[in-house]
Each structure stands twice: as structure tokens, then as C-alpha cells.
Design a protein around this ligand. Sequence first.
Ligand SMILES: C[S@@+](CC[C@H](N)C(=O)[O-])C[C@H]1O[C@@H](n2cnc3c(N)ncnc32)[C@H](O)[C@@H]1O
Length: 387
Amino acid sequence: MQAYMSADPLPSPSTDAALHSRALTAHVQAEIGAAHGWIDFARYMDLALYAPGLGYYAAGAAKFGDAGDFVTAPELTPLFAATLARQVGSLIAETGGELLELGGGSGRLACDLLLALDALGSLPERYAIVEVSPDLRARQARAIATLPARLASRAVWLDALPGRIEGVVLANEVLDALPVHLVVWHEDGLRERGVAAGENGFIFEDRALTHGALRERAQSLPVSPPYVSEINQRAGALVQALSRNLVRGALLFIDYGFGRSEYYHPQRSQGTLMCHYRHRAHDDPFFLPGLQDITAHVDFTAIAEAGAAGGLQLMGYVTQARFLIQLGITDLLARAQPSSGDYFRQAAAAQKLLSPAEMGELFKVMALGRGVAPLAGFAAGDLSRLL
Ligand SMILES: C[S@@+](CC[C@H](N)C(=O)[O-])C[C@H]1O[C@@H](n2cnc3c(N)ncnc32)[C@H](O)[C@@H]1O
């Protein structure tokens, strides 16, 4: 996800967008009222992003691309999907299984992957998508319908995770969009940071952390007070469920984040919560609820642990730059006609995907698998970064 920090004031919304945000705000306020004045942050984030018909992902805001709030790797260039297809294609050939994409966004990745897998001769029988947003599901269907029928006909949308998965599960920037709890490590004990109604919108309010599993998890982390950060219980539960259901194949997670010691590093004492609005990044989750994305970085050590709890092997953990280079993104770029306008556009996009100053280092790729051979994209990965 790309957006930029700036000290300038954030742009104002249109009248319709402001009305939409007010409707979501009223919905959240009603829930806070019904919960005696306080909800945990994960519930706030869930409503702000996914409340039916109102949340940022659930409703019709543009979200992706120039007209939206941020750009993801598949939106930047088809080179991303073409490179990824080399890893996905070999797993499909090895397992004879299907491809399951979680959180398909605009459908760009599905379209480009189907085209690239077709070119490699390794199309899956079925390209299944699990997408929680009805708006995005409709957008994905419209995008995929523009493909040749023999490709489009492979796409199906599922309402829940399949009980038995053979093949590849792919999630690009999905774990970062799952609601997180906010925890405050205080000298005098643990607190959970939640949301209450203030005079002008919402305010943070801390309460003693009484929730058993969350408290246990917070106590187990290498943190010294004073410190505030996130704990993503949903991501762990999702990865464990996928891991249990994976009969043979691999789960591939691509997202921004770190191993645990970097995530909960003393210098990151305010956590990683980040909001995106019209290509600007900031840290106020109460700004125009429903009109902006809210995310947190991924603790990849927790993802590896969830996979292990579901019986999967950690097959690799590398930076996005290393993964794409191992799989030959530079050869693919070289196939574009040098000196053509397209070549310069693709080269600039590849630079964003690979540069340590942009997405190359912060974004990581993790593979968890069962019963498959070592994966080419992860050769020379450094698992010690997960400690
Ligand atoms: C930041 S967007 C990324 C979209 C796309 N993968 C891309 O890279 O452009 C997050 C996506 O995950 C979806 N999502 C969020 N929670 C989900 C869940 N539990 N299961 C499936 N999709 C989910 C959102 O609706 C959205 O499509």
C-alpha cells in the first residue's frame, strides 16, 4: 500500500461523502451507547471498515488507484502478477490444485494472474475468491468478466473458507486490513485502548485489560512500558483455520510488517496503526470514519506461529524485493520494448516494488506449506528475522 506523509491539511470530502461518514459515525455512536459507552478498538475498526453498506471496504468508495486512497502492488503493474505467477504456477502444477485468493480488492490481481498463468500453461481448474465486501465482490466480477470466457469461467466466489484446500492460498495486503486490538503497557499494568464518544467525534479511552486471551498474549510480548501497540488476533485465527484446512500446497502472505522483535521494538513505542486517505498517510483513525482505510503492520512471527499451530511448515520468509528478483521480475521487465512509453512506466513501477525506500524492504512474503517441494521465490531467505 502506497501513500505519503505530509504536514499539509488533509483534503475535504464531497458533500455526499461527508454525509456517508456522518451516517457511519451515527452507527458507531449507537453501538458505543448500547455497549455502555465503550467498545474495543478492534470493534471500532471492524465497523469503520466493514459495517454493512457503510464501512470503508463494504461501501462504494473508490479505494484503489489514482481516484482512491492508496495503491497496492497489483494496481501498480501487471509485472507483479506475472512474477508471482511463476511461484503460484509451479505450486498448481505440483499439487494439481486450485488457487484461492483472499480479499481480491478491485480484481486486478485475479485478472493479471489468470492471464499470466494461462501464458505459463498452469491455469488452475478453479480460481476461488473469498471477499468480505459485497461492493468489491461485484467490482471483481465486473473486472474478471472482461477476460476471455475460458479464463473468466474459472472464477468463483465463496462465502466462507473451504473445509478442504489443495493448491495455493494467496493474500496480498489482507492481514493488515483485519481489525486489531490496541494494548497499552503501563508501568502499573496492562490496559486496553478502546473508543468512546467525545464532544466532537470519537476519543480513545483506556480500560484495565481483563480479556483473558488478549491479556495473556500481551504479557508474552517482549515489551517494556510505557508502550502502545496492536495485537491482531483475527490474523492468527484466520491463518490457523487456513492451515488446518490445507491438505497439500502453500499459503502465501504478502504484506508490510516485521518479525516480532522488530515489530515490538522499543523505538516503535506508539505502534504501527496507519490510515490512508486520498494518497496521504496519517495516524488518526477517527478522521472521517468510513472514508479512509485503517491498517496495522503484520507481526509475521505470529503468522508463522499460527501456521505451526495448524501443522504447517514455514517454507520461507523474504522481503518482497528478494522474492520478486528470485522469480525473475527483471527478466520479465526486459521483455518490454526498451525505449517504449510502456517500458518506462513498467520500469518505474518495478522500481517502486523493489526499492528499499518504497515497497521492497518493508513488504515481506511468507510461505507456509504442507507436502510440497521448496519454493523458488524463497531461496536464501533469512528466517532469523522472525525471532
Ligand atoms: C487492502 S485491500 C487489498 C486488496 C488486494 N488484495 C490488493 O492487493 O489490491 C484488503 C482486501 O481484503 C478484504 N478483506 C478484509 N478482510 C477479509 C477477510 N476476513 N476475508 C477476505 N477478505 C477480506 C477487503 O475487503 C479488501 O478486498
